[in-house]
Write a protein that binds this ligand. Sequence first.
Ligand code: BES
Ligand code: MN
Ligand code: ZN
Length: 512
Amino acid sequence: MTALTLSTSAAPGLRADAIVIGVAKGAGSPSGDLVLAPGAETVDQAYDGKLAGILETLGASGAEGEVTKLPAPAGFKAPLVLAVGLGPQPEKDASYDAEALRRAAGVAARALAGTKKAAFALPLADAADAAAVGEGALLGAYSFDTYKNNGKDAEARDAKAPLADVVLLGGNPRDKAYKAAVERATTVCEELNRARDLVNTPPNDLDPAAFAALAQEAAKEHGLKVQVLDEKALAKGGYGGILGVGSGSASAPRLVKLTYTSAKAKKHLALVGKGITYDSGGISLKPAGHNETMKCDMSGAAAVFAAVVAAARLGLEVNITGWLALAENMPSGSATRPGDVLRMFSGKTVEVLNTDAEGRLVLADALWAASQEKPDAIVDVATLTGAMVLALGSRTFGVMANDDAFRSAVSEAAGEAGEEAWPMPMPEHLRKGMDSPVADIANMGERMGGGLVAGLFLQEFVGDGITWAHLDIAGPAFNEQGPFGYTPKGGTGSAVRTLVRIAERAASGDLG
Ligand code: BES
Ligand code: MN
Ligand code: ZN
């Protein structure tokens, strides 16, 4: 992955392929004239203080997402200056918003694919800003080309290699806060990019067993405990939900438990991820047009995996158990039928009315398994419902919980991490729509409010008295449109940063 370092060097003497500066839409003037952001001073001086005017001549306005390239002034070691738009200039005395910095850095990193080393001279008011710029650059530089041109490396083909080196100017590498910020950003982004890789890997190469094997490998590397239940162990243990979903596939299901413990931990957090390595819908087969992207249906498990490894690498003072509920949802002669009744790990019975509502079935077993350890809180993450995408669009995930304070804490954590989340209700009256004439509950209810119905179903499998939140990331997990900010096309790594933030909050005893 791209390397991230700090430097106190001045822009002119720095050996790099490009210097990145920030520009904004001025707050003072009614016309919103372009202004240079702090960090661009030495570059502007080399242009005799005329840089803002030059950029305007080139058509720049400071708008978010805008990129303007120009030759570096005489005497600069770097040949190129890249001005990236930060959007509206902050009010007087305020500093640039962390998310604006993250996005601008991501845009610049994407625009610099094909070059090796770039120095980012964006406004850094403090170490948190350095973290934001670093994260944006590392996430924006991501590319997935394992399957392009017979796997030859990017330099050997026309695809542009991602930026290899990112230098943050203005942060002292000997300053503890800056150093820690860069280290945290590097760790979180490496793991987040790992989650993106998993989501992007085609389902013929990432079945439940392959995913479990990767978890075992990572556990070994990072000193985590790992336990994998295969189909035999799942049958012996009575995991009817996971087995029922996996029964139609030639690739058997798995339940992976990853355990990270810290000697200084005061809290125990359980994270549960939906890991449907491919969701065809099963016997309730999805129509063409709805299954081409369904390799993304393991994004929740990928996020949990990445967050547990990141927490371990960061040495967070909290105990975390990560549960990956892995299965492939396929139609076949051995598949679960609409009308079948499954006996779940909790002992409850579920009438399967629609085999495409499979996520809640695998999560139910994993939530009940997680509950047996009586953690202080459980957070599950899932690409659970199309209804949530209809409600919140493709960039925001929904947050449901059995505790108002915890739902607020999780939404706040998302905001701190730079992810868009929105609290959703769990209206009790929707429960009766899942009443079944033959079983304790059906896996489907009213169509209206389908995302909330799914949340109510999950709640039935959370142990009594355990604080729980559910993140439905069906919208933001997979970007089907063009790249934007630091978000690439395809797997996005949604929820990884939020989960790491929740773990950090738990480490400081704050679970809402
Ligand atoms: N994996 C899908 C949800 C999904 C939709 C994820 C779009 C990402 C993008 C889930 O398993 C599903 O099929 N849900 C059904 C539930 C319904 C049958 C009650 C849905 O939302 O249509
Ligand atoms: Mn489905
Ligand atoms: Zn699904």
